[in-house]
Every structure is written in C-alpha cells, then in structure tokens.
Design a protein around this ligand. Structure first.
Ligand code: ZN
Length: 308
C-alpha cells in the first residue's frame, strides 16, 4: 500500500481513493480503460485514465507517497467543483463513480459496480391501486435517528419493513387520499457503499448543518437479504473491506480510511499507512475511543464469493 499526498484539502479524496484501490473489482476493470478513448482535445471527462494512472502507481513499490493531483484536476474539470475546500467524502465517491459511468468502455462497467436498483411502490389506501417506479443509486443511506437500531444488521432488518404514509392525489380514484410508500431493492451489486447519515440540516442555510457522533456499530459480515424484494439467487452475505472515518465538525475535520488488504486491516491517513486490527476499526463506532477520534461515515462491503 502507498500513502497519498494531501495538499491541504485532499484528505476526503485520499480516503475515498484508498477505498477504491482496495475494490479489486474496480482494479480488475480499470486495467482495460484505454487512454486513447480520452485523447480528443475537447474531452472534458478524463477521470478514468487519471484514476487508472494513480492506481497503477499505487500498486508499485516506492518509497514516497503518490500524488493524487491529476485525479483531482480531472474531477474538477468534469464536475466544476474546485476541491479547494474539504468536500464530503460521499460527494467525492459519487463524483468519481458517476464520471466513470459517464466514460468509455470498461470505465462504464466500473461506474455500475455499486448500482443498486430499487423499486418504490405507492399503494393508495383508498382504492388499493399500486404504482411502481424503478430507480438506481450507488449508495445506501443509513439513518441513525434516536428511534432506530444502533447496529447495522439490526438496522437493515428493521429498515426492510419500513413503509411510510403520506397524503397524495391518486391517479386511479382521482381523490386526495392516504398512500403507503414502500421501497425495496430489486438487485444487489457486487460491492455496496453505505453512507451513515451523520450530517443533517437542523435549519435553513449552511450554518445549520450539524454532525452527530452517535454510536453506530457494524460487523465484518452483513446479510442484505432483508433489503431484497424477491428471494435472490445470488448470495446476500457481504464482507466489509473499507471504512471511511471522519473526525471534527462538518466544516472542519479530517478523513481517514481503514481498508482490508490480504486479510489484514490498515489505516490510511494521507501519506501515513499503518497495519491495524479489526479492534481498531471498531473504535470508529463512536467518537473519543481511538487515536484519530474518527467516527465511521462510509462502509464498503463486497459480496462474499465474488471473484478474487
Ligand atoms: Zn386511489
């Protein structure tokens, strides 16, 4: 493993890149990205070849940390975001994955690695008519409100039964009536990114964004069968391989990544890489219990039995 240089605001990018590097499904595919597909002078999206180049450098032995600047520049050119202030790591993840999905050839396949297809159904409680729509997303939000379980597997079990109701116009019986909304996953991807919703708006405007440090526990394996609409013929047991942790406030803080490589856990803190234990990873359940004071913010799981 190689560290990554932080030019002041890059810790969120560095943490996400370390997680992507340990996504072997991505590493297998990115070798097939062809730089020639991106050489047109007006090609705005060069995220795939710059990520390929950075990952190639990270996979070689070297005494010095790698420089992620070219990737950051290509992300800026693609998204219009300047990355001169620390950005949320989920935004970084989505920026990279969406740029890959918007790229050419193998990059498109990488962009789909995390795709979760969901079906949202709306049932009119007046006439019982059901309408369904299918949507895609590349992260699963995990809410940590007070009334919800503070452990991932329990949360997923409970979350799968959650339906909400609201008042809405029914296109079938043409009345404003109570409707029930349920959301189920149709198909699970080989890798899953969960984002623990630690940041929330408690009022209008940027000054009202707060981060909660509430305890939230997770295990090295999790069964996602509870999320799936129909019994799946693919395995639903997933293994944790990367965690992005954050310490500090929403406005001023520091990101680190915990990644599992060859069955050992490592902490990646910009240029600094150190082997650690699963016990160290578990300290990110809550603040104040580890050296970095970081709390887990994003969790990456991969399907067990997927190709090594
Ligand atoms: Zn109706």
């Amino acid at each position: 493993m190689r560290g990554l240089i932080n030019y002041g605001t890059y810790c969120s990018i560095n943490s996400v890149v370390q997680c992507l590097y340990e996504t072997r499904e991505l590493r297998d595919l990115i070798r097939r990205v062809d730089e020639r597909d991106y050489q047109a002078p007006n090609h705005k999206n060069t995220v795939a070849p710059t990520l390929k180049s950075l990952i190639r450098e990270m996979s070689t032995d070297g005494p010095s940390p790698c420089d992620p600047s070219c990737l950051v520049d290509s992300m800026s050119a693609y998204s219009g975001v300047r990355f001169d202030v620390q950005e949320d790591s989920e935004l970084i993840f989505k920026c990279i994955v969406n740029a890959l999905a918007d790229g050419c050839g193998a990059a498109k396949e990488i962009g789909k690695l995390w795709d979760i297809e969901k079906e949202d159904s709306v049932r009119c409680l007046g006439c019982n008519a059901v309408r369904s729509i299918r949507t895609k997303s590349n992260t699963i939000p995990v809410s940590i409100e007070e009334n919800l379980p503070d452990e991932l597997q329990e949360y997923i079990k409970r979350h799968s039964d959650t339906t909400t109701t609201c008042d809405c116009h029914c296109a079938n019986c043409h009345t404003r009536t109570r409707v029930e909304i349920a959301s189920k996953v149709v198909s699970l991807p080989p890798v899953v990114c969960m984002r623990i919703a630690r940041v929330k708006n408690i009022g209008r405007g940027a000054a009202h964004i707060v981060k909660t440090e509430k305890r939230f526990a997770f295990t090295e394996t999790v069964d996602l069968k509870y999320l799936v609409k129909e019994p799946a013929d693919t395995p639903t047991l997933y293994e944790l391989y990367a965690v992005v942790a954050h310490r500090g406030t929403h406005y001023c803080g520091h990101y680190t990544a915990y990644v599992r490589a060859e069955d050992s856990w490592y902490i990646a803190d910009d240029t600094y890489i150190r082997m650690c234990s699963w016990g160290d990873v578990k300290t990110t359940y809550e603040a104040g219990s580890n050296l970095y004071d970081g709390v887990a913010y994003m969790l990456m799981y991969r399907r067990r039995n997927s190709s090594r």
